[in-house]
Design a protein around this ligand. Structure first.
Ligand SMILES: *[C@@H]1O[C@H](CO)[C@@H](O)[C@H](O)[C@H]1NC(C)=O
Ligand SMILES: *[C@@H]1O[C@H](CO)[C@@H](O)[C@H](O)[C@H]1NC(C)=O
Ligand SMILES: *[C@@H]1O[C@H](CO)[C@@H](O)[C@H](O)[C@H]1NC(C)=O
Ligand SMILES: *[C@@H]1O[C@H](CO)[C@@H](O)[C@H](O)[C@H]1NC(C)=O
Ligand SMILES: *[C@@H]1O[C@H](CO)[C@@H](O)[C@H](O)[C@H]1NC(C)=O
Ligand SMILES: *[C@@H]1O[C@H](CO)[C@@H](O)[C@H](O)[C@H]1NC(C)=O
Length: 443
């Protein structure tokens, strides 16, 4: 049941009516997980991919510079006859497919792209195998053209695009910048002190890309010391969104947004500024609502807000990206040293991940139903879960550090990163998918 088989996935997609059919199953699973402390994701780990010791500068949210509306004559889609409508089949689910060999390898390397962040620069860090870069995602029922940076930048002329979420979003942006660097190098036009909120420009195209660090998407207070160690429970306001990104929404033409693993952390939940419950707070006086309660409320608030915004940005809502720690967790010696993708059926999605994904699908479907067929706005699901699940080989593992095997103290434990993706790596295929969705939208 929990296996992400093609059939189940297709069904989930095509039917808006089934949206709450799985509720009882989810609740059943969820109940079992309520008081479990197993699902806590340490702030140390999630914090580790940041520059340690640096705090988010929430006092200075980045401003997106509003570009003048493009003139009709500039519309690049007038010339796009290579994506004829008859070939845009509703039946093709781009996210249902397989990883197939790609002998040509990635379109950039650690030397042609200068902006790969150290923890993702696996080859430079000494990862010995390279098979993992010779695969591409192939939807079963249609062709997925490789990312064409010229085509992408032409669509994005005078537009602004934002990536909103956690460090997987940053990972995605890094990949996009590397692929676009074939045509034009991104110019860094803004970053906060911790480099968590950033903005780049592609001057020839007057295209701006923003990255908003908002792992909970909602208003959140986190209590961490300079080493990222938690000194108090996170406080989440499930009915109030993070103004860091909401303030900018009217300036954005394209949005990609996602929740994720931060919701598994112990936290206190607030609604209407009142404590309503918690997850893992170990206080008998506070109702244990569980992470899935918060996740549903938060995703619901986010999608509602986006639907109701005046601007009607083209929005991709990305689903959960599973990790691949084996024989332990991130902090108990878990590792990921596989060198080949799984084939479908070789791996089952983790229960926790499955619960989060269900919430995402249900909330997405109810948002889509709300929009209805009027189609005054574009909200689409970017279903990264299955294709990510199949790539245990694409993570940095110990190669999140520079030459981990050459370290002085051979006995010191090396922490693995089995959550983020090497660059180049599997996440590059996300941009093939993203461009395809943008092109379909224009047809
Ligand atoms: C699922 O993953 C979480 C960490 O994300 C882990 O704590 C849990 O044990 C896993 N569950 C199963 C059934 O593997
Ligand atoms: C659709 O595209 C595929 C791959 O590009 C091609 O093989 C097929 O013939 C096209 N079908 C139509 C109806 O144009
Ligand atoms: C890039 O990766 C290759 C391995 O493919 C490695 O030999 C080289 O040192 C790397 N270069 C840089 C600048 O990281
Ligand atoms: C929120 O709280 C205020 C005052 O505490 C109360 O008057 C109001 O009814 C509450 N609203 C909701 C929706 O619970
Ligand atoms: C729960 O509430 C009772 C009664 O108000 C109080 O005595 C107790 O200390 C509280 N427990 C916790 C863990 O806060
Ligand atoms: C992966 O690591 C484990 C534990 O260190 C080891 O037993 C196994 O042989 C490794 N597998 C590969 C493919 O390197």
């Amino acid at each position: 049941m929990k296996q992400l088989s093609g059939n189940i996935q297709m069904k989930t997609f095509s039917s808006v009516l089934v949206k709450f059919a799985v509720c009882f199953l989810v609740l059943g699973l969820a109940y079992r997980l309520f008081s479990s402390s197993l699902f806590q994701f340490s702030p140390v780990f999630v914090g580790n991919d940041e520059k340690p010791g640096l705090r988010v500068d929430k006092t200075m949210p980045p401003q997106v510079v509003a570009e003048p509306p493009p003139e009709i004559t500039d519309d690049p889609f007038l010339n796009l006859d290579d994506h004829a409508p008859e070939n845009v089949t509703e039946k093709c689910n781009l996210f249902l497919g397989d990883w197939v060999p790609e002998p040509n390898g990635p379109m950039y390397t650690n030397t042609t792209c200068q902006t790969i962040e150290a923890p993702q620069n696996c080859m430079k860090n000494g990862r010995p195998d390279s098979d993992y870069i010779y695969w591409r995602w192939k939807p079963r029922d249609c062709n997925l053209p490789k990312f064409d940076p010229n085509k992408f930048l032409n669509i994005m002329r005078k537009k602004s695009m934002a990536f909103i979420g956690d460090s997987i979003m940053r990972n995605h942006v890094q990949s996009l910048l590397c692929m676009l660097s074939k045509v034009e190098k991104a110019v860094d036009i803004y970053h906060d002190e911790a480099y968590r909120n950033r903005r780049w420009s592609f001057p020839s195209y007057k295209f701006t890309v923003s990255l908003f660090w908002s792992p909970f998407l909602t208003k959140a207070h986190t209590f961490e010391d300079d080493n990222g160690v938690s000194t108090g429970l996170i406080q989440l306001h499930l009915d109030e969104l993070d103004t860091l990104w909401t303030k900018q929404i009217e300036n954005l033409d394209y949005v990609i947004v996602a929740g994720g693993k931060w919701f598994l952390k112990s936290a206190l939940y607030y609604e209407n500024n009142t404590l309503v419950g918690c997850h893992n707070c170990h206080n008998a006086n506070i109702t244990q609502l569980g992470f899935q309660y918060a996740y549903r409320k938060a995703i619901n608030s986010v999608l509602k807000f986006i639907i109701c915004s005046k601007k009607k940005a083209f929005t991709l809502f990305r689903t959960l990206v599973p990790d691949h720690f084996e024989n332990g967790e991130w902090n108990t010696g878990g590792y990921c040293n596989r060198t080949r993708p799984f084939k479908e059926g070789e791996i089952e999605i983790n229960d926790t991940d499955e619960i989060m994904r269900r919430v995402e699908l249900e909330e997405f479907q109810s948002a889509a139903a709300e929009i209805g067929s009027a189609n005054s706005m574009n909200l689409e699901l970017f279903d990264a879960t299955l294709l990510s699940l199949l790539r245990p080989d694409g993570h940095p593992g110990v190669y999140r550090q520079f030459h981990p095997n050459a370290r002085i103290d051979k006995h010191a434990k090396i922490q693995n990163d089995c959550l983020h993706w090497c660059l180049p790596g599997p996440i590059d295929s996300w941009n093939d998918l993203m461009l395809e969705m943008l092109l379909k939208d224009k047809n």
